[in-house]
Design a protein around this ligand. Structure first.
Ligand SMILES: Cc1cc2nc3c(=O)[nH]c(=O)nc-3n(C[C@H](O)[C@H](O)[C@H](O)COP(=O)(O)OP(=O)(O)OC[C@H]3O[C@@H](n4cnc5c(N)ncnc54)[C@H](O)[C@@H]3O)c2cc1C
Length: 423
């Protein structure tokens, strides 16, 4: 269930195994490469660049069927899943790999008025919104007084930091050439984060580096600050500050996909399914939960982070455990090979912590590490690496690179903004 890194890796490992039949169910029928979502949102890549058709990926795997459907319920006891077309499928092994969804932490108005960044559609919505705002400001410069050029990003984790950096660069390096007449000197990119340090999963120095790089890109920081309310035309912060804006990007947190909660499975932090060391759900030896939908024990108290490499490796491991169980052997505890953590704050400003001692690197080497890890992930879902390398070269060498096509609002069917709508 789920054609993300975990589901794809599991199905790939089981492909070609005799006596095994795999049904890979995904609501979209395509894999969406989340690590490059913000590049779509900020007009560096098209949505087609990061969307990979699952039927195509498994076209040569005769024992894998791809089904495009939404799973609406899971019954771990009966080992069945119910689909939105009314069918119920029964299996010997269930693999729950449905990923995550945004968590708005009950913030009033956030779900209705902010723009999350978790799917290709979300990324297109963000890009469409930015371009619609710019088109409107070009026609009516007075909209700047209503905060039209204020862009607010919520969350100081990798998603928020990367998006803020990319948006800062877009506004200062690219858009002034494409949207002449728009007063970009009035534009503000504001990152709001509840914590005292950015990139909390990294070291303290990494947070300081990220803050410095963001400020260099014109991003303003509001730290130790939460969002109290989002309205159509403004956002209210815990400090009492009210920022007029028509784009709030929500990178404030995530929780397990809805379907994880349907079968009475044991859940923990983030609503994620708690799994045993061998990735099975305690009490259900033939039910696995992997990747972002699961809390996977890390050896110490905490769970492994929500990362592409954790999802991918857990997918492969679960497949091996299933094959072992079919042969009558016991499944093995999952062993994660840590590739490190990394974030790209902007051009020539990547940060990575690699190796057993989390050695921290910045700049060109971190960019190379970032590229390498993403290439491996892309390769695993059958992407053409040539296209990716070409993009990376452009990105690195040319500050103003963007195809005019990507900055064309008519390419995106974005709703018009009602500038009279108030909170
Ligand atoms: C903006 C962003 C940037 C990121 N950047 C990085 C990065 O740089 N490096 C990194 O390692 N990780 C990054 N991550 C995290 C990484 O993308 C995730 O950890 C990874 O995608 C998890 O894989 P998964 O297979 O568990 O879930 P997903 O990749 O989310 O896949 C889940 C799949 O399940 C499908 N699905 C969900 N519910 C249902 C249902 N009810 N029925 C049918 N199908 C369903 C979805 O359509 C989706 O295809 C990023 C995440 C985000 C959101």
């Amino acid at each position: 269930m789920g054609g993300g890194f975990a589901g794809v890796a599991c199905a790939k490992r089981l492909a070609g195994e005799s006596g095994v039949r795999v049904e890979l169910i995904d609501r979209n029928g395509f894999h969406q490469f989340q690590p490059l979502l913000y590049q779509v949102a900020t007009a560096e890549l098209t949505s087609e660049d990061i969307r990979f058709d699952l039927s195509h990926l498994f076209r040569d795997s005769h024992n894998v069927t791809v089904t495009r459907a939404e799973v609406t319920a899971v019954d771990p006891q009966a080992r069945t899943v119910t689909l939105d077309d009314g069918r119920t499928l029964e299996a010997d092994y269930l693999v729950l790999a449905a990923g995550a969804q945004p968590s708005f932490f009950h913030t009033p108005g956030a779900q209705e008025h902010s723009f999350p960044l978790y799917s290709v559609e979300d990324a297109r919505n963000v890009r469409g919104r930015i371009l619609t705002i710019l088109e409107d400001v070009k026609q009516r410069p007075e909209l700047v007084d209503q905060g039209a050029l204020n862009f607010v990003i919520v969350g100081g984790g990798p998603t928020g930091v990367e998006t803020a950096g990319a948006l800062g660069e877009l506004i200062h390096d690219v858009l002034p050439h494409a949207y002449r007449g728009v007063p970009f000197d009035h534009a503000q990119v504001i990152l709001v984060d509840a914590g005292p340090a950015l990139l909390a999963a990294f070291s303290d120095q990494a947070g300081v580096y990220a803050a410095k790089q963001l400020r260099k890109r014109g991003v303003q920081l509001r730290q130790n600050t939460t969002v109290k309310q989002v309205d159509p035309d403004q956002v209210t912060l815990s400090t009492g500050e009210v920022i007029m804006t028509r784009l709030v990007v929500w990178g404030g947190g995530e929780k397990a996909a809805e379907v994880a909660t349907t079968g009475g499975l044991p859940t923990g932090r983030g609503g994620r399914v708690s799994v045993a060391a061998d990735l099975t759900v305690p009490g259900f030896p033939h039910v696995y939960a992997l990747g972002d939908v699961a809390n996977i024990p890390s050896g110490d108290e905490s769970a492994l982070p929500q990362l592409g490499s954790v999802a991918q490796q857990s997918g492969r491991w679960a497949a091996d455990n299933i094959l072992a169980q079919i042969r009558g052997s016991a499944p093995h505890p999952f062993h994660y090979r840590d590739k490190g953590i990394m974030a790209m704050i902007g051009r020539k400003a990547a940060i990575a912590e690699v190796g057993a001692h989390r050695h921290e690197i910045h700049g060109d080497f971190a960019f190379a590490a970032w590229l390498g890890v993403h290439m491996q992930l892309l390769d695993s879902i059958g992407a053409q690496l040539k296209a990716y390398v070409a993009w990376a070269q452009e990105f690195y060498l040319r500050p103003d690179h963007r195809s005019a096509e990507l900055l064309e609002p008519s390419r995106i069917d974005s709703p018009r903004i009602d500038w009279d709508q108030k909170g």
